[in-house]
Ligand binder design. Sequence first.
Ligand code: NAD
Length: 339
Amino acid sequence: MRILVTGAAGFIGGNYVLFRLENYPGDTIVSLDKLTYAGNLENLASVMDDPRHQFVKGDIADSNLVEELFDAQDKRFDAVINFAAESHVDRSIDNPDIFLKTNTFGAFTLLEAVRRHGAGMFIQVSTDEVYGSLGLDDPSFTETTTIDPSSPYSASKASADFMALSYYRTYQIPVIVTRCSNNYGSYQFPEKLIPLFINNLLNDKQVPIYGSGENTRDWIHVRDHCGAINLILEKGKSGDVYNIGGQCEKKNIEIADHLIEMMGKDKSMKKFVTDRPGHDFRYSMDISKMESELGWRPAVKFEDGLKETVDWYKNNRAWLEKVTSGAYRGYYDKMYKNR
Ligand SMILES: NC(=O)c1ccc[n+]([C@@H]2O[C@H](COP(=O)([O-])OP(=O)(O)OC[C@H]3O[C@@H](n4cnc5c(N)ncnc54)[C@H](O)[C@@H]3O)[C@@H](O)[C@H]2O)c1
């Protein structure tokens, strides 16, 4: 397959590119990424010289650039997978503007390019957050749960989902929307809960816990998310939505406790801080459609995946230090200045 992967220098997009090229050696991938603060080209270092992979720096919301990129291809893409996004809820509360531009207008720009040039499939990578918040005893989100986003982040993602599905109905463009729960694993920017906690604990700093720490998320290892997307690409039904989840609900405080124990630290490393405004209480995914239609289930056990993730961050202190100091931003110049 020839695949356009957007947001490829980010956490999930980067893992996806590496995972796909490793498991599908006949594929070629064009990676498109704006390299915002969350985009780190070092995540793709192992495939930067691979002839099956091409990196393009650019904004998915830049219609001229996207048009040129599609024009430059000899053949149409077999798949366009849109991971590119502003993805941090806290940042969306401070500055919603860029979330609308990238997450909604960016998805629209890609859809327009697919409308004009065609593509085998457009996958809009979305999130469980579009469904809003659950109470403790509410049933899990299904694909038909009402869309009820709480934050500018989830509202901008929900808008993109609707736009993508409208392109299927109106223009018969092959589109699938995937909605996944909270991912964890290697290469995640340390502003998100698990790598933030690991980084703090590695540096003997307390881990900040919003409110009372009771907020609950369904955790999935990034490899399982990537595997689910591959299966959906192969066998998913155009025009449909698929929920992907880890079947592993944990309170934030439980995550803190797991990591503190795993990393041999003391309970006093927990610090309770003022809650996030509009903080969704609980997310929970019903994955029965993935199970019954595609025979998919998450494979990575949380304890194993978390241990592997802690080990990855311990073994990649240089990556972590460059990300926290900002030094990773020089990598693009190093790779491309003389090319
Ligand atoms: N992280 C999660 O737990 C999770 C869960 C479900 C869904 N998702 C979705 O998966 C996708 C990837 O999430 P992530 O955690 O890897 O995010 P991330 O923030 O780590 O990476 C996002 C990437 O997109 C790039 N980007 C941002 N704006 C861009 C633009 N305008 N044009 C091109 N590239 C741009 C960034 O440079 C970065 O490389 C997002 O769409 C997110 O909504 C994430």
